[in-house]
Design a protein around this ligand. Structure first.
Ligand code: HEC
Ligand code: HEC
Ligand code: HEC
Length: 117
């Protein structure tokens, strides 16, 4: 095939498109690997609690550490969490027990999760 201006342009456009969609797919895979964006639980008057997938991914890299044994994975669905359950090793307390991660029971740790604005 002889490269004319026209075919060169078409070729460049095709390469551009492939690169663009390739990057899009790679980005999606990356977002999946680090989990969804931060979200918060309102904290019921004790200060909202931000949950960061990104920060947890660094410490607890397997999605299956939490999903779906401890938490469901449905978009926009927040489990009703209670300190009483966490204090007995459920929900966040599965790990935040003073061994795997800082304890939910220690008064010094309340503000690590609860942020009053
Ligand atoms: C340390 C625990 C933990 C780990 C590890 C974790 N998640 Fe989650 N994830 C949560 C919690 C908590 C929720 C909120 C669900 C709830 O309230 O029941 C959630 C919710 C989600 C949701 C729904 C998000 C939304 O916008 O509503 C998706 C999708 C998700 N997780 C994907 C992942 C993927 C993918 C991984 C692995 C890269 C992962 N999670 C690892 C704790 C975790
Ligand atoms: C690992 C993070 C974490 C730590 C540490 C933590 N909490 Fe919570 N707390 C939560 C989450 C998540 C909720 C649920 C919020 C919601 O559903 O809106 C909650 C809810 C609450 C509530 C609402 C009512 C209830 O009983 O569930 C109170 C009160 C509370 N926390 C007090 C405390 C106190 C006091 C401490 C320190 C001794 C503490 N929390 C430590 C994450 C934490
Ligand atoms: C699978 C285990 C696991 C579960 C479940 C878990 N965490 Fe964690 N979390 C960790 C570990 C490990 C760390 C880092 C521990 C440390 O520094 O003590 C951490 C750190 C954090 C931090 C500090 C992050 C930072 O660096 O700023 C917050 C806030 C937090 N978790 C909130 C939560 C809340 C809220 C929940 C429940 C919705 C939860 N975690 C459930 C393992 C877990």
């Amino acid at each position: 095939m002889r490269l004319t201006w026209k075919s060169t342009l078409v070729l460049a456009a095709v390469i551009g498109l492939i690169a663009f969609f390739g990057a899009l797919v790679a980005q999606k895979a990356w977002a999946q690997a680090k989990g969804p964006a931060d979200f918060d639980f309102d904290g019921k008057g004790s200060g909202k609690v931000v949950f960061s997938h990104e920060k947890h991914a660094a410490k607890s890299p397997k999605c299956t550490d939490c999903h779906t044994k401890v938490f469901k994975m449905a978009k926009g669905q927040r489990t009703a969490l209670k300190m009483a359950d966490m204090n007995t090793g459920q929900a966040c307390g599965t790990c935040h027990d003073g061994k795997t991660a800082f304890s939910v029971k220690d008064q010094a740790n309340c503000t690590k999760c609860h942020k009053k604005s």
